[in-house]
Design a binder for this molecule. Structure first.
Ligand SMILES: [Zn+2]
Length: 212
């Protein structure tokens, strides 16, 4: 990850949402995002990085028009769809990142929709299933990807599961048979850990076994 130092055991005060990030806090804008923020989006002038009056950290801003180029994480809205008989729906991803590995359906929240709408839309797009979003399973910060992943439990209420470009396979799993060693993302792992703790506390979740 761009040569950033690893911190395999984040300090407890970073909160439980930090379990899925390997890199320390306070490192500023990741270089791969900074590389896309060279010019002012309003007037095209080359941005200047440095301190700005009234701001608590150095940022890029426009020396011509004063626009400050704030960089904030994006929200990824995902679901853990559960069938009537309590089985969990996961998809085998058809695109990178995580091609061929298991994950929950989801995607980026659009600016003109609610979180619940995004959960329904993304789940339908990727699985063909209609869901009704339920309780929040967890929120997980991924500094590596500049995202916050929201995971909602969801009830499957309609539709027909069918593979899509984004999902090679859609399968249901008994809680005791989650494919832990083949998960795509740490966020998926931690969401499943938290879901098990809530719904199947009789089952033990394994340590994270790989993925990004
Ligand atoms: Zn400007």
């Amino acid at each position: 990850m761009s040569g950033l130092a690893r911190d395999p055991e984040p300090a407890p005060d970073r909160g439980p949402d930090a379990r899925s990030t390997d890199i320390p806090s306070g490192r500023g804008v990741p270089p791969w995002i900074a590389a896309t923020q060279r010019h002012c989006s309003r007037c095209g002038t080359t941005l200047r990085f440095g301190s700005i009056e009234g701001e608590d950290r150095e940022r890029s801003s426009c020396p011509a028009c004063g626009l400050i180029a704030y960089v904030n994480p994006r929200l990824v809205v995902t679901t853990l769809p559960v069938t009537d008989d309590g089985r969990l729906v996961l998809i085998r991803r058809g695109i990178e990142p995580g091609l061929g590995a298991w994950a929950q359906p989801g995607g980026f929240l659009e600016v003109d929709e609610t979180v619940g709408e995004a959960a329904v839309r993304e789940t339908l797009e990727e699985t063909g299933l209609v869901v009704r979003p339920g309780e929040i399973v967890g929120l997980y910060t991924r500094l590596e990807a500049a995202v916050v992943v929201l995971v909602l439990e969801a009830s499957v209420v309609g539709g027909t599961a069918a593979p899509t470009l984004e999902a090679l396979e859609i399968a249901t799993f008994d809680a005791a048979a989650i494919p832990w060693s083949g998960l795509a993302f740490k966020t998926t792992h931690w969401a499943l850990v938290d879901w098990l703790a809530r719904r199947h506390s009789e089952l033990d979740a394994p340590e994270f076994a790989g993925g990004r």
